[in-house]
Design a protein around this ligand. Structure first.
Ligand SMILES: [Zn+2]
Length: 212
């Protein structure tokens, strides 16, 4: 079966199975609208589907996915700000109570920080500038642990990038205000699908700790 046929069959199976089981849930979500309490910024990586990993139900998560689960700083120049628009919708219109940045192990986007491919390489217009959002995380890793393995450097860089995104979230006035009023909480998580571990950032101890 080709990959597109597999998806079409998947939808038919969903329509006959899960959808029938949760028909009332879906009807309510349409009639009353979505009211997720959690917005989540995840990587586009095909291996880390947040709804699957976290066993979320329809309507639970407002998911924003991009390369390397990055949050850019608040900017209002006339460009196309897809991630910022989704954040604004989640915070101001859906009024979510939690915002999670979900990083992950073996992130291809983060790995691009470690290779020296020039920004002008054929066809590569967007990834390098996008990943420059967390260049500081890469420089910090290379500066503080130059002799560590590539695997270890990448892991620390992935987690540092999550922290940069959390800092950038606070540059959005609507987010800063809601966090200050305790109407919104920010969370930094990191998942590894090889060891199947989820690490959660503890701002008191300033490190990522695996959940039981
Ligand atoms: Zn990734």
């Amino acid at each position: 079966m080709d990959s597109i046929s597999k998806l079409r069959d998947g939808f038919r199976n969903f329509r006959e199975g899960k959808f029938q089981e949760q028909r009332v849930v879906y009807e309510n979500l349409v009639d009353e609208g979505q009211k997720p309490k959690i917005a989540l910024v995840a990587c586009s990586d095909s291996r880390v589907d947040p709804a699957m990993l976290l066993q979320a139900d329809p309507g639970d998560l407002f998911v924003i996915r991009n390369v390397a689960n990055l949050v850019p700083p608040h900017e209002i120049e006339g460009s196309y700000h897809g991630t910022s628009a989704a954040l604004e919708y989640a915070v101001l219109h859906l009024e979510v109570e939690h915002l999670i940045v979900l990083g992950h192990a073996h992130c291809g986007g983060v790995r691009t920080l470690f290779n020296e491919q020039p920004a002008s390489a054929e066809g590569n217009y967007f990834i390098k500038p996008w990943m420059n959002l967390v260049k500081s995380a890469h420089l910090r890793v290379e500066g503080t642990m130059p002799d560590a393995s590539d695997e270890m450097k990448a892991r620390v860089c992935e987690q540092s990038a999550v922290l940069v995104s959390l800092e950038n979230l606070m540059t959005f006035p609507c987010i800063r205000q809601k966090v200050g009023n305790r109407e919104l909480s920010l969370h930094g998580w990191h998942v590894d699908i090889r060891s199947c571990t989820l690490q959660v950032y503890d701002p008191v101890n300033q490190n990522f700790e695996a959940i039981e």
